[in-house]
Design a protein around this ligand. Sequence first.
Ligand SMILES: *Cc1c(COP(=O)(O)O)cnc(C)c1O
Length: 680
Amino acid sequence: MALLSTREQLQILSRNLWWSWHPEALSLFKRLNRDAFKASGNNPLVALNLAKYDVLNDSQVQAEVDAVYRQFTEYMEAPGGQEAAPKTAYFCMEYGLHESLPLYSGGLGILAGDHTKAASDVGLPLTAVGLFLRDGYFRQYFDDEGVQHDDYPAIDSTQHPVELATDANGNQIDVVVHVGHREVHLRAWKLCVGKTNLYLLDTDFSANPFDLRFLTRRLYQGDRSTRIQQEIILGIGGIRLLRALGETFDVYHMNEGHCAFITLEMMREHMASGQSKENAEQEVRIKCVFTTHTPVIAGHDRFEAGLFSYSMQQIRESLGFSEYDMLSYGRVNPHDAQEEFTMTVLGLKLSRKANGVSKLHGVVARHQWNHLYPECAPEDVPITHITNGVHLPTWASPASRSFLDVNLGSWERDREKQVTWDRLDQVSDKAIWEYRIRLRAGLISFVNDHIRTQTMSQTANLDREALTIGFARRFATYKRAPLLFSDLDRITELFKNTDRPIQVIYAGKAHPQDDGGKEFIQQIFELSHRPEFNGRLIFLENYNMEIGRKLISGCDVWLNNPRRPMEASGTSGQKVAIHGGLNLSIPDGWWPEGYDGTNGWSIGDNASHEYEDPSVQDPRDALLLYEMLENQVVPLFYKRNGSNRPDEWIQMVRSAMKGLTYSFSAHRMIKDYIKQIYTV
Ligand SMILES: *Cc1c(COP(=O)(O)O)cnc(C)c1O
């Protein structure tokens, strides 16, 4: 093999998102041109294209590139252990892989990104399909009143590691789907995520008239008609793309309802080869599995019958079905002409397995869909659960990796063994506390830098020693971001206590059409400027994966106060465990499984926590939250021994790191999917 130059090695490395979970690779790219890297939103390819000559020729850098390149080729060649698992096609509307590729809006996308990476790590033969959302999700900025504005810098395909997908003969893919009787041409971009390929469908090219070219531009925006067209592209187009690539699979995984039209396209394939409707349904069901993420009935994606029938007429004709037949797949009661077509119903009817994303969400989903299985008792509704997990190599900060390297040996290789994590019992309180101090200090200097780059001014007065609480997620109203401020006098007291100071950092985007969420942002923004909060209440602009990584590593406490049971899982709290952050959370989503009385706090207990009426539930939860903070969280953090260390707090940190890290990781999750969902 001819020896590759440093630039050639970097070129190969830059074209695989493997770098997104290998900080040693990222830091090399960053060194090539720090300004370009930062200005491009941490984009390795841009840094490489603008690499400084003297850095590329530095023999130290060259040696490091050699080492990282070797690590990459070893990763790509080494088996992960799950190569014999069912060959899986995975469909999702959004993917959160790295902050430089804004193809995600929140937890669903992050989960899909983590799933794709974990599949690569364990060697699961998985191919992922999504949309090339060129404008992505928006970039957020505030005006002086704290009003959220949105901005859509387009993704330039030449500046990202994507290439146009080709078929076996090397011809560019050009797949056609129909919306009504209009043809829509699709091409696809291929993105390598370790050993996994992600294909992103795109209408923005010359084969399409102007109006259709905008279809794949933005995530979750536009009217219902745009949405159904996007879903036709993702579902029907997704299957046609895989066929154009010459690929068939053992399992087709629909991650949330947006992609559920894959089932109707696969029905069409079977019927075109001469099978009856019943046989075709059977065949599709054998191969398809469905994951639901939506605990609220109204939150499920649905289309009014007229729009559905109009948009899907071409595929209906090729199936030879009546409008009634087609609508039946998405209706709980096919005879109800008023019922809309619900994508989740389609996914449930034409799959062999279905799951929610936490144990509690499994229970909620079984009750929620009981009317679709009237013969079943709620506990027998065929929806199981696989609890979400996070991809540790993506979320573990460089500081946490070195801490674990020093203290836990080969933790990455032996992550599945509890003995690995039990070694934390041998790590001294001093070492754990210094680790926490280092991570908090890193966050504070990041925040100080970040607010200087924000559009609106903000003065931070953060204290490196103070109890630091974080809250960052989508500003969907059920997550109740401003709950902490429901009693202003009471929370102000906590901020004003100079002996036991607290500080709180927020970040998050509200959907541009969600006025309630935008109002929440404005409220917190306005409060953050009040003198009584003394620069210790911060709202960071433009929440993304980078801000997420910093916050989950540096905060002492991660606050999560959704209106139970509306959080299907939530994953941000899982990211804090490896960093020794502690969850302070409503017992919703994953937390009832994670919380064991020693590793964080539950705001109220499981039983007492659901009310029909939010105007009863919200003040009750706020009260419990204040009591937890005042009586437990703050005193424990400031209960110091002679060496100024909080012994009991450190014990909780140890317990969280030991018990939550692997259980709520994407590696555990992907193995559960293989065993319980993918394998027949
Ligand atoms: C982890 C993560 C989420 C998910 O947050 P939850 O509210 O815990 O579900 C959303 N957005 C980003 C950027 C994340 O990193």
